[in-house]
Design a binder for this molecule. Structure first.
Ligand SMILES: [Cu+2]
Length: 229
């Protein structure tokens, strides 16, 4: 049985492992809190034990209920932080060499993709910008794709569920993120931040191509976008 969407990202498994770790801690905390809430309802039922006492929680014997819970929660937080810091550093902090650099911009209601033009450099005059609803973002397989994420209007969230990547796009800021896909195919790109009326239609596609097919795709883009004579 598959619980998560198919993982096509080099770091996806690490994210999934972290998910389970956090889930186990949260689940244990959930069961304990429910028990503490429900068990006294039966044990100290009015008919059996009479009227409840009013306590202010200032005595040391009362205080332990807060201190023990606090220490246990803090410890589980430290365990999670210790387990995740390697993955966090790898994905968020250590720079990777970019095999392809692109820009992704959110707008109401579409993701805009900008590829470098023939010069291979982004932010030059020959950049190619695709701004069509339901359009595809083509990337080569097994390559580091580094992208600048931006927003033109409101907060959007760039969500590649198969890559295990979700990043808010915030107006006025550029977020640099990367991913590397190890399986060819066509996968959903969604916006996971309610961003207005047609938020649910803000949907594009990530197409992971072989290098050969990607080169072909870029060639057709260059041809379409070359200046008309
Ligand atoms: Cu959006």
């Amino acid at each position: 049985m598959r619980i998560f969407p198919e993982n096509i990202s080099t770091y996806g498994q690490e994210i999934d492992n972290l998910f389970w770790l956090i889930f186990v801690f949260a689940f244990i905390a959930f069961v304990i809190s429910l028990f503490v809430l429900i068990y006294p309802l039966f044990k100290y039922h009015y008919k059996k034990s009479g009227k409840a006492q009013y306590i202010t929680g200032e005595k040391k014997t009362h205080f332990k209920w807060i201190v023990i819970a606090l220490v246990v929660l803090a410890c589980s937080d430290f365990v999670i932080m210790f387990a995740e810091h390697g993955t966090w550093a790898k994905i968020e902090q250590e720079p990777v060499t970019a095999d392809l650099q692109i820009a992704v911009t959110g707008r109401q209601w579409n993701w805009i993709f900008t590829y470098p033009g023939k010069d291979g450099k982004l932010y030059t005059a020959d950049d190619i910008m695709i701004d069509d609803q339901n359009s595809e973002l083509h990337v080569p397989v097994n390559k580091n794709i580094v992208f600048d994420l931006k927003s033109r209007d409101v907060v959007h969230s760039f969500f590649l569920k198969n890559v295990r990547l979700k990043q808010d796009a915030i107006p006025g800021r550029t977020m640099k993120r990367w991913f590397n896909c190890n399986k060819e195919g066509r996968y959903e790109i969604a916006c996971s931040e309610i961003c207005g009326m047609l938020h649910s239609q803000m949907r594009n596609w990530l197409v992971v191509d072989s290098q050969e097919n990607f080169d072909k795709y870029m060639k057709t883009l260059y041809e379409k976008n070359s200046p008309k004579k």
